[in-house]
Design a protein around this ligand. Structure first.
Ligand SMILES: N[C@@H](CCC(=O)N[C@@H](CS)C(=O)NCC(=O)O)C(=O)O
Length: 211
């Protein structure tokens, strides 16, 4: 498999974690978001949305990190990232979607860049925007985790899709100096997960395109 990735992309980070957890070997193809390599014709031919990640397994590239991870789950079922019981499965998806659908899209590079120009919002206010939306979603996530977590995983006693989404979001929150003190369960879970080899090998700092 070939993964189009950028070291600091949290959506690509999710897929790297899932590939590692499932023991799937892959080739990394870096797409440098900084100079806009994701908007060039050669990458748009891979993913017309102009976003990373994209996974190639066979002829047609796949985009959208959660769709990619569900594809990996179906083609490589072990270890399972979604519990078998429907209610538990829905709970895991609910936690993952809070991050991937409610938080990540409004704090994305293109959104932050649009605030900077053309809207002309200064860097301090852009950072406030970022931290505001992290706090909004993390408050609810922390309360959910207080109910569902064993202190090492967001839901239940095993690594799930929710954990795969949490760790990259915690990385981003730290990068933007968000105050994580109000979220002791999220940070405890994150600390455990980051110590696992599959997560550690997916971390931005150890990617081939990391500076
Ligand atoms: N929902 C998509 C989001 C993909 C996405 O937004 N990727 C970001 C990096 S994390 C990106 O390519 N950003 C480029 C930009 O915003 O211009 C997914 O989960 O794959």
């Amino acid at each position: 498999m070939k993964l189009y990735t950028y070291y600091r992309s949290s959506a690509a980070y999710r897929v790297r974690i899932a590939l590692n957890l499932k023991g799937i070997a892959y080739e990394s193809v870096p797409v440098d978001l900084k100079p806009g390599a994701h908007r060039r014709p050669d990458y748009l031919a891979v993913n017309p949305q102009g976003l990373v990640p994209a996974l190639v397994d066979g002829a047609q590239p796949l985009s959208q990190s959660l769709a990619i991870i569900e594809y990996l789950e179906e083609t490589h079922p072990q270890p399972a990232l979604l519990p078998r019981a429907p209610l538990e499965r829905a709970r895991v998806r609910s936690l993952a979607l809070a991050i991937a659908c409610d938080l990540h899209p409004i704090n994305n590079l293109r959104v932050l860049n649009y605030l900077r120009a053309p809207l002309g919002i200064d860097e301090g206010a852009v950072n406030d925007w970022y931290r505001h939306w992290v706090a909004q979603v993390f408050q609810g996530l922390e309360a959910q985790a207080q109910r569902s977590s064993d202190g090492r995983h967001l839901a239940g006693g095993q690594v799930t899709l929710a954990d795969v989404c949490l760790v990259p979001q915690l990385f981003n929150a730290r990068r933007f100096n968000c105050d994580l003190a109000p979220y002791p369960m999220l940070t405890a879970v994150g600390a455990h997960l980051e110590s696992l080899p599959a997560f550690a090998r997916a971390a931005p700092g150890v990617q081939p395109d990391a500076p």
